[in-house]
Design a protein around this ligand. Structure first.
Ligand SMILES: NC(=O)c1ccc[n+]([C@@H]2O[C@H](COP(=O)([O-])OP(=O)(O)OC[C@H]3O[C@@H](n4cnc5c(N)ncnc54)[C@H](OP(=O)(O)O)[C@@H]3O)[C@@H](O)[C@H]2O)c1
Length: 368
């Protein structure tokens, strides 16, 4: 039996949770992975040696069972509504089970009066997880993941278009980290609390890239020309509605529109890149081009031909014909708490003090 502490990984089938599990197991740590259903992803984790706990991580009774006999945990709220509920349940269970150390996945944007309810919930959750007596905490606060761009890789492959509402194509606005690199910083912090307790890290990719450069990297990986197209938020919601990514609800999309605005404002460019992946995670941060090449190699369906190009055109037509989402109406319908005077990260003095010292606004465009 292992004498190493057992580590609970929440959202274990998700983008970062999966790699946190695999990297911990590779280092010999016993892992309990909480997933909501058994499928090929949980089977992969079980094959790698994880103990699989199928359950609802939003339910305190389930979380109590999942924490029984574990000493440390990775806290990862899904990109979905009720994040604060998940984090409150997680914190209550951590408190009862007297865990010794938690690594929490937060957000670079996290600020007190942010227009995004999800982001304000992260801010409050960061305070809550620091309340249980005797618990040490490390925060991992990434910005916009590289994975987000991969959502539109099919259109790049078949139509040569990288379409997102990211503003001007020539401004360097993000240093996107891979899911594996984000996980490496979380894993290092989970296995050495003494070194990482009380610290906040922000994993990034190796360099700031402009949307044109992101399109260029996609083009080189796909072996075709890919051009960036700056689209409106309205168009983005049409696309997400016409071809919904399996893991994003309309409520989550309403928040993505706010993150796109932060992107254009340059919030993800502030103080990026960092050396946290190298210095904490112990790896050379992966370039965006290498991330896309890996994805392309794993997806033979991205090889284009006439039929797929015609399919791409049909998919594009479906986007144009799909009505846009009214993101304000969605937030009202869900009774999202709205602020009378919300403040983007760089307009918040406390955020500037803790994140940069000076604003680096790039562009402003009103959300449509
Ligand atoms: N994406 C970004 O650019 C970005 C940037 C900064 C911070 N973040 C933060 O990243 C976090 C999300 O991390 P991630 O992308 O690694 O996670 P993720 O991919 O959203 O994964 C969430 C996982 O939780 C599972 N899940 C959902 N509801 C569940 C339930 N009731 N019981 C058990 N499992 C459940 C999902 O299962 P299924 O897969 O089966 O649905 C999914 O596998 C968010 O807190 C967000 O604030 C994201």
């Amino acid at each position: 039996m292992s004498t190493l502490p057992k580590i609970l990984v929440t959202s274990a089938a998700g983008k970062t949770g999966r790699h946190v599990c695999l990297q911990l197991l590779e280092k010999g740590y016993p892992v309990r992975a909480i997933v909501r259903r058994s499928d090929s992803r949980s089977e992969e984790l079980a094959r790698a040696g994880a103990e699989i706990h199928v359950g609802n991580q939003y339910a305190l009774s389930e979380m109590r069972k999942a924490m029984d006999g574990v000493q440390r945990a990775y806290q990862c709220a899904p990109t979905a509504p009720n994040g604060l509920h998940f984090n409150a349940v997680f914190t209550a269970a951590v408190h009862e089970a007297r865990l010794e150390h938690v690594v929490t996945l937060g957000q670079w944007l996290s600020s007190v009066d942010h227009p995004s309810l999800f982001t304000r919930e992260v801010y409050v959750s960061d305070i809550l997880i620091r309340m249980p007596a005797g618990l040490s905490v490390t925060s991992v606060n990434p910005g916009w993941f590289a994975d987000n761009y991969l959502m539109v890789l099919d259109m790049a492959a078949h139509l040569g278009l990288f379409a997102m509402p990211l503003g001007r194509g020539d401004r360097k606005k993000n240093a996107p980290p891979s899911n594996e690199d984000i996980a490496s910083v979380a894993v290092a912090s989970l296995i050495d609390p003494e070194l990482h307790s009380g610290k906040t890290y922000r994993p990034t990719g190796p360099e700031l890239l402009s949307p044109d450069e992101i399109a260029g990297a996609m083009g080189r990986a796909l072996g075709r020309k890919v051009s960036y197209m700056d689209i409106s938020e309205k168009m983005m919601t049409k696309a997400l509605r016409a071809h919904p990514p399996s893991n994003y609800s309309e409520a989550a999309v309403s928040q993505l529109a706010l993150y796109a605005e932060e992107y254009r404002r340059g919030a993800f460019a502030v103080n990026a890149p960092t050396r946290d992946v190298e210095l904490v995670g112990g790896r050379i941060p992966e370039t965006f081009e290498s991330i896309v090449r890996r994805t392309v190699a794993a997806r033979p369906d991205l090889k284009t031909n006439l039929f797929k190009r015609l399919g791409g055109l049909a998919a594009f037509a479906r986007i144009v014909l799909t009505p846009a989402l009214d993101v304000n109406r969605i937030q009202d319908m869900r009774d999202y708490v709205r602020l009378s005077a919300p403040s983007f990260s760089q307009d918040t003095p406390e955020w500037l003090q803790t994140h940069s010292g000076k604003p680096a606004a790039v562009e402003h465009r009103q959300a449509s």
